[in-house]
Design a protein around this ligand. Structure first.
Ligand code: NAD
Length: 476
């Protein structure tokens, strides 16, 4: 069994609070132990990051990019082992875990290729004014359990690229792939530049309140994001908050069902629905409601549910028991209010946290399954009569991460998408992301963006350089 370690000041160390168990969601039993760090170790990690910052920010852009390139090479080399570890701790099928690692490599290489521009605002004989971007300092990354490796990459690589030093804290439910990632990064950067800590209850709060951390990049639930924001006020930490979503999709009348069903299914059920920007509420015109629901249920019934390491499995377990309970509760609540469950709808009678892909019809806004983020393998379909009404209901959520509109008339679909209250509005697709396109939410889904130039600049602080020449001796 791999001996997982914290990384503090370039050293791999044991946790001073012992260990905690990491559960395999396919069996419901512990499969590994994670070191539990102490708050004193957290302090040491912050001190190390602060001490390393002076030298790391003075590295040239080319040196930092080169280090990221070498990190990407190592991730690629160790992809098989990392992907298997992701399946064990997170539950997703192996092919998807490989996609997660592949995404990690792609995002790392992209960060390695990015430039940090200097904007010339004025250049005249009397003055030169430029806008520069300096690293923020010590950044803390706090990540969730759904895409543990890839989200850590999203946080760490741009932070490092921009010249910050980092303390990373993964979710206690899926800490191991992140500890392995940090181990890889630590090979290629000076000691203290990257630190990885894991700990028990109260660790996240201790990070967000820490007076010597300058920025928090946080991905997780809205409720925790609110706590992060409150705790960060002490020293006015910079924040990027990527929080929960309840993405709506509107299928316009006369959309060819066969052309969209598979894509809609994948957008809703990717990672067993445990994806922030998965499609979570589907508004379908009444004329096509039954037809699309049946098409989605057919695809759902074809999924092979099982342990992600078994050949042929396309659909894994949920990641944890609490998430499974929430999904059971929301579907039972909808059923009790008269909803029809076309397929799935019950947890599987086997060890592990298995719940099959589930299509629910006869539901509407005002019911928990529609109003709350289910973050699991259930898609509620809501019938509408008028597009304007569907748009109003899509926007009625307090969340604003993503949204989509589907239809053959692209101009019409774009016009509706333009009115979605969300950080991303997709047309004829959903949950599509790529390294060069800024991604982030509005309303209670958070603020700030990741990816692209804007995402990189979130790890910098602007500095205006205003230079005037001294008067020449002849003129004085
Ligand atoms: P969570 O909020 O429970 O936990 C996220 C992280 O915060 C974990 O590392 C956890 O240990 C830590 N944490 C817990 N309490 C804390 C505190 N008081 N202060 C600081 N950190 C604390 O979220 P989760 O259940 O791990 O993840 C699921 C949620 O994440 C969903 O709502 C999902 O939509 C959201 N999410 C959003 C995005 C996005 O990009 N917007 C991406 C992935 C997941």
């Amino acid at each position: 069994m791999h001996d997982y370690r914290l990384v503090i000041d370039g050293e791999q160390v044991a946790g001073e609070e012992g260990h905690f168990a990491v559960i395999d969601p396919a069996s419901g039993s512990a499969f590994a132990e994670c070191p539990a760090g102490s708050l004193a170790q957290l302090d040491r990690a912050v001190v190390a990051a602060r001490a390393a910052f002076g030298a790391w920010q003075a590295y040239s852009h080319a040196q930092r990019c080169e280090a990221l390139g070498r990190i990407a090479d190592d991730i690629e080399r160790e992809a098989d082992e990392l992907a298997r570890l992701i399946v064990r701790e997170q539950g997703k099928p192996l092919a998807l875990a490989h996609a997660e690692i592949g995404g990690g490599v792609a995002w790392t290489r992209y960060a390695a290729s990015q430039e940090i521009p200097v904007e010339t605002i004025e250049r005249s004989p009397t003055q030169q004014i430029e806008l520069h971007h300096r690293p923020v300092g010590v950044v803390a990354s706090i990540t969730p359990w759904n895409w543990p490796f890839m989200i850590a990459v999203w946080h760490l690589m741009p932070a490092l690229r921009a010249g910050n030093c980092v303390v990373s804290k993964p979710s206690s439910l899926t800490p191991l792939s992140t500890l392995r990632l940090i181990e890889i990064i630590a090979r290629h950067v000076p000691r203290g530049v990257i630190n990885g800590v894991t700990g028990g209850h109260g660790f996240g709060g201790a990070i967000t309140a820490h007076p010597d951390i300058d920025k928090i990049v946080f991905t997780g639930s809205t409720a925790t994001g609110q706590q992060v924001m409150q705790a960060a006020a002490g020293n006015l930490k910079r924040l990027t908050l990527e929080l929960g979503g309840n993405d709506a999709a509107i299928v316009l009348p006369e959309t060819p069902v066969a052309a969209v069903a598979e894509e809609i299914f994948q957008a809703a059920f990717i990672n067993m629905g445990q994806t922030c920007a998965a499609l979570k509420r589907l508004y379908v015109h009444e004329s096509q409601y039954r037809e699309l629901a049946e098409a989605l249920a057919d695809i759902a019934r074809r999924q092979v549910v099982g342990d992600g390491l078994e050949a042929g499995v396309t659909f894994g377990p949920l990641q944890n028991a609490d998430q499974l309970s929430l999904v059971c509760e929301l579907v039972d609540d909808a059923r009790a209010q008269g909803a029809e469950v076309l397929c799935g709808g019950e947890r599987l009678d086997r060890p592990g946290f298995f719940y099959p892909p589930t299509i629910v019809i006869g539901v509407s806004d005002g019911q928990r399954l529609v109003d709350e983020e289910q973050f699991g393998p259930v898609l509620p379909l809501i019938a509408y009569t008028h597009v304007e009404d569907a748009l109003r209901r899509a926007n009625a959520s307090s969340m604003g991460l993503g949204g989509s509109v589907w239809g053959a008339d692209e101009a019409h679909a774009q016009a509706i998408a333009n009115r979605l209250e969300s950080g991303v509005a997709w047309v004829n697709c959903h949950a599509q992301i790529q390294p060069n396109t800024p991604f982030g939410g509005c309303k209670m889904s958070g603020f700030g963006v990741e990816f692209g130039l804007q995402g990189l600049l979130e790890f910098t602080t602007p500095q205006l350089r205003f230079t005037r020449p001294l008067p020449s001796p002849a003129a004085s």
